[in-house]
Design a protein around this ligand. Structure first.
Ligand SMILES: [Zn+2]
Length: 486
């Protein structure tokens, strides 16, 4: 069998988090009673006039700036003509030759890849170039029942941003990472919840394969309307195998649109693809071209610190490992919690350990989110500091931490209540060390004869005498000093 090259491009539709629809004042609300958020404009009544949603333009421009796009000074809206029951005016308002954003790219990173391949990714930090981002209106949603169909127009006219990548994605795993990373960036900009289950982010995948050495791209096949990231990975893997097998059998592939069936684990033919020309795009005569300079000036200050920058800063500022920085930056509320706790901590890296290892277990068993965490970030910081100062041991720290979670009390209050304070009083520990040395002449003799590990036994005796409260580090130092003087 020959070697095959895989070419993938993604078109991602993202519902923007605006209050109202793209060209009318109807509210955007997920899960409302069908056909309760409609008006003549979004129902496509003849003669109804669209009015542009400024907020949607701003959010798209912000996305463009976050992804490093160029924003041309003028963009315009066009009519994309086709017939479908979910779009009664027989055209969708979209952007054709003058979209809002051009170029840019989506940066990948190691943890954006599926867990099972993260360690083997050859180029985890690739940036997948974008062709364009344009703004359009969503269509209504069809429902099919036994013997009848229904259409809900609540979704009709919802602002939809389409992010189109160059065909530069080389594997199903890269497509997975692209969508994961893109979703994070959309969250950072607060432009969309991008919840795929709610249809707020949907992907169309274009995929072709060609034998190595062939210059010309293979036949492009589109998989429509994918609504999970793992589904995209599976569907693309399935298509690669299907297409290669067909070519190996000497069959010719047709340019077609397919759909993925999650349960069957297969793609199925929907239709042979129309080309762009079939849509007969022309400028919408009801909408003037948009001059973008003022919009860009308005949103430039809103560009947030991006995930890639946050990861880098966490590594530099708080000395956390690249892996931990990645996990923290993946989750904005978690990152915010960490940062509040780490800001004044003597060892911010320890804060990351608590936040990433101990906290998630407690939160999930109590079915709480990080925003509902009963331990205030400042209180976690206090706990980390008292452990670092040697006031309590790490083991006691775990106990205090669990108690903080259930009671909401501060570490200081719990340590006080339980009398957990480590003894760091040099005089008191010196006395205990002397007592341990006097009571264990055998261990002392072994130590003096060169068996240095015997000091651990003596240290254990000191801890026992102090009922576990002696500062172990200090006890070790004092023992060494006292033994040297014998
Ligand atoms: Zn409306």
């Amino acid at each position: 069998m020959k070697n095959y090259l895989v070419t993938i491009g993604l078109e991602v539709h993202v519902q923007l988090k605006t209050q109202s629809k793209m060209f009318c004042g109807c509210p955007v609300e997920y899960g409302a009673e069908p056909n309760t958020h409609t008006c003549p404009v979004c129902l496509g009544m003849p003669g109804a006039l669209p009015v542009m949603n400024h907020q949607a333009l701003k959010m798209t421009a912000l996305t463009g700036l976050m992804l490093g796009c160029t924003i041309p000074t003028v963009c315009k809206f066009d009519r994309k003509n086709y017939f479908y029951p979910d779009m009664p005016k027989n055209y969708q308002i979209s952007q054709y030759d003058l979209p809002l954003c051009l170029g840019g790219g989506v940066p990948l990173h190691q943890q954006a890849f599926p867990k099972d391949v993260q360690k083997e990714v050859a180029e985890p930090d690739r940036v997948i170039p974008l062709t364009r981002i344009h703004l359009e209106e969503d269509v209504a949603k069809s429902f099919h029942f036994d013997g009848s169909s229904g259409i809900d127009f609540n979704r009709a006219g919802t602002p939809l941003m389409e992010i189109v990548s160059d065909p530069e994605i080389h594997s199903p795993e890269e497509a997975f990472a692209y969508l994961t990373s893109l979703k994070q960036i959309l969250h950072y900009g607060n432009v969309s919840d991008a919840d795929m289950e709610k249809g707020q982010m949907r992907a169309d995948c274009n995929i072709s394969v060609r034998p190595e050495g062939q210059e010309q791209l293979g036949t492009k096949i589109e998989i429509k309307n994918m609504n999970t990231i793992s589904g995209v990975r599976q569907a693309l893997a399935y298509e690669i195998e299907r297409q290669i097998a067909a070519l190996e059998r000497g069959e010719k592939l047709l340019q077609e649109t397919r759909r993925w069936d999650d349960d069957a684990g297969q793609t199925f033919l929907m239709r042979v693809k129309e080309t762009d020309a079939d849509y007969r795009y022309f400028p919408d005569p009801d909408l003037l071209p948009v001059h973008t300079e003022a919009i860009v000036d308005e949103v430039r200050p809103l560009v947030p610190e991006l995930p890639i920058q946050k990861r880098k800063r966490f590594i530099e500022q708080y000395s956390v490992s690249p892996y931990d920085a990645g996990v923290l930056a993946d989750d904005l509320p978690l990152a915010a919690y960490f940062e509040k706790a780490a800001a004044g901590a003597s060892k911010p890296k320890q804060v990351a350990n608590w936040v990433l290892n101990d906290l998630p277990n407690l939160l999930s068993s109590a079915a709480l989110t990080i925003q509902e965490c009963p331990i205030a970030p400042e209180h976690l910081q206090e706990l980390v500091n008292v452990i670092e100062e040697g006031k309590i041991s790490g083991k006691q720290g775990k106990e205090v931490f669990a108690e903080m979670f259930t009671s909401g009390k501060t570490a200081g209050a719990i340590i006080e209540e339980k009398g957990l304070k480590q003894v760091s009083d040099v005089g008191a520990i010196e006395a205990l060390c002397a007592q341990a040395i006097a009571a264990n002449p055998k261990a002392v003799a072994e130590y003096k004869a060169g068996k240095l590990a015997s000091i651990n036994f003596l240290k254990g005796q000191v801890m026992k005498l102090s009922k576990g409260k002696a500062n172990p580090g200090l006890a070790g130092e004092i023992l060494e000093r006292q033994l040297a003087a014998i």
